[in-house]
Design a protein around this ligand. Sequence first.
Ligand SMILES: Nc1ncnc2c1ncn2[C@@H]1O[C@H](COP(=O)(O)OP(=O)(O)OP(=O)(O)O)[C@@H](O)[C@H]1O
Length: 248
Amino acid sequence: MSAALFEARGLTRRFGALVAVSEVSVALFEGEIHAVIGTNGAGKSTLINLLSGELPPSSGEVLLDGQDVTRWPQPKLAHAGIGRSYQRNNIFLPLTVAENCRLAAQARVQRPWAWWESAQACRTSTGRAKAAIERAGLAAFAQRTAASLSHGQKRQLEIAMCLATEPRVLLLDEPLAGMGPEESHRMLDLLRALKTGHAILLVEHDMDAVFAVADRITVMVNGAVIATGTPDEVRTNRDVQAAYLGGH
Ligand SMILES: Nc1ncnc2c1ncn2[C@@H]1O[C@H](COP(=O)(O)OP(=O)(O)OP(=O)(O)O)[C@@H](O)[C@H]1O
């Protein structure tokens, strides 16, 4: 098997006496969607926060291309190719889709607020924004304000903004939250298309979606991993059935 692009080894995060993430190891490979599932409070969002550099781990390692990037701050990790989307909307509602994506792209090439600084940097950001909008399936909405988009389109915009930073790794926190069946279907098609050129970590509560789209699934209970494998392996794992999946 090829080497992991992005990897957590024995990652632990404590909040006082609570161990929110306990000795978690996950490996992400380019071309794969690796879903992390678990009950409420299992530690999934904390794991994403550790991997994206928003929280430092209490112990353990994070490796990018085999390089130790543990404790790199979020901007440095973002610059190195770690992109993430958020459960909460992170977009500027009065701005257009194109403007939101250009700001996200500028955050990678220069100080995002210094929009007057360099025409070349501006052209680069505009090109990156356009490519991201097309890849996220929002080309027809580029000049619409974010406020006028449907809920599902706003989630697509979140992903487009993430893509505008040209990440190699996508950490996606509940991209299907609040979506109806049609929007979910479209988002799943988008996630499948994004496997090309990216390693994807997907935290998602919609089990039908997870089992439909994931190449590999890690199951967390109370901060710890109880199983990792293909969807079939996880579906038939007795520990997983007992702890979490019920009749799924
Ligand atoms: N900043 C924090 N300070 C203290 N405790 C925290 C903090 N962040 C998370 N926790 C706790 O850590 C545990 C894991 O939370 P986390 O949000 O990672 O779980 P989750 O699996 O993402 O849950 P959900 O599916 O509900 O989003 C929970 O008990 C939570 O209350």
